[in-house]
Design a protein. Structure first.
Lengths: 166, 130
């Protein structure tokens, strides 16, 4: 890896995060192709948010192309998304209300929904977005992030009226 | 003769569409990728006097040459799609050689097809209509 180029890539990423602070975005260097793979895990931003594309394209121009850095690719990475989400096993229990359990292998977080349909990860994403005003549900594994989840769980577990309406 | 590249691309698009309809998503990724690559070769040859790709690592060299030239002519949002080409190529390598099979249509769309459609839309601007 080239220090000048990695510094430019990191500047680019930090500028993206200035506007989209909850976005999970990172990069890897591929020694086989000599290309930097800049990836993120928000499909909604990539595929539905035109302002995001315009903002990112402008940053590419100003920070990377203008400094003669072309050896990179950028985009939503579905395999990374699945990898980061893989520890969250979720299930639906049909009782009086339907319950979604998110499990990291040690603890469970419970959410209530009123939807009869099967629960998808995207439903949870919408829930997180609404409650936390976040742009992204995709929280990487780690004790700090898990505590964040628990905190949200505690808030809603004690207040039935404010529980999730998916 | 350069237009033969577009004919080849069309054949790959038809093959890719057939594979997609039948749930052969790995094959669809591969065919659609090559359709894009052939269109890129056509644009490079007709617009930027590109001769032939180097024998060593031809895809990466061609894509990088294409990207460096074309981004000067694109809007900011279009640039983002063209800079997705490397990911499309990685997806093709995954579809061709990885032990995992792309069997879910949602995965196929999110890994490849939506990107492909957007990149293809940008390329069409540089291909003359019949």
């Amino acid at each position: 890896m080239n220090k000048r180029k990695t510094a430019l890539i990191e500047t680019f990423i930090s500028k993206v995060k200035e506007k989209y602070p909850s976005l999970i975005i990172d990069y890897e260097f591929c020694s086989e192709t000599g290309e930097y793979d800049i990836w993120h895990t928000d499909s909604r931003l990539q595929f539905e948010d035109h302002d995001f594309l315009k903002y990112v394209g402008k940053l590419m121009q100003e920070i990377l192309f203008d400094n003669n850095l072309f050896e990179f690719c950028f985009g939503y990475d579905h395999l990374k998304f699945k990898e980061l989400s893989s520890s969250y096993n979720y299930d639906v229990i049909v009782n009086e209300v339907e319950t979604v359990l998110i499990n990291d292998g040690t603890k469970e977080i419970e959410f209530y929904i009123t939807n009869d349909d099967s629960v998808k990860l995207t439903d949870l994403k919408l829930f997180y977005n609404r409650i936390n005003k976040l742009n992204n549900f995709n929280i990487p594994n780690g004790s700090d992030n898990f505590l964040f989840n628990l905190e949200q769980s505690n808030i809603y577990a004690n207040n039935q009226d404010e529980r999730l309406v998916a | 003769m350069k237009k033969n590249l577009l004919k080849k691309a069309e054949k790959n698009i038809k093959t890719g569409a057939w594979a997609e309809e039948n749930g052969f998503f790995d094959a669809a990724v591969s065919r659609f990728y090559y359709a894009l690559y052939q269109k890129i070769l056509y644009i490079l040859k007709t617009r930027y006097s590109f001769d032939t790709a180097p024998i060593e690592d031809p895809h990466n060299a061609t894509l990088q040459t294409f990207e460096q030239n074309i981004v000067k002519e694109l809007e900011h949002d279009e640039i983002v799609w063209i800079k997705n080409l490397g990911k499309i190529k990685r997806c093709r390598v995954y579809a061709d050689y990885n032990e995992d099979i792309i069997s879910d249509k949602n995965d196929y769309n999110l890994m490849f097809k939506i990107n492909y459609n957007n990149i293809s839309g940008v390329l069409e601007k540089f291909i003359p209509k019949e």
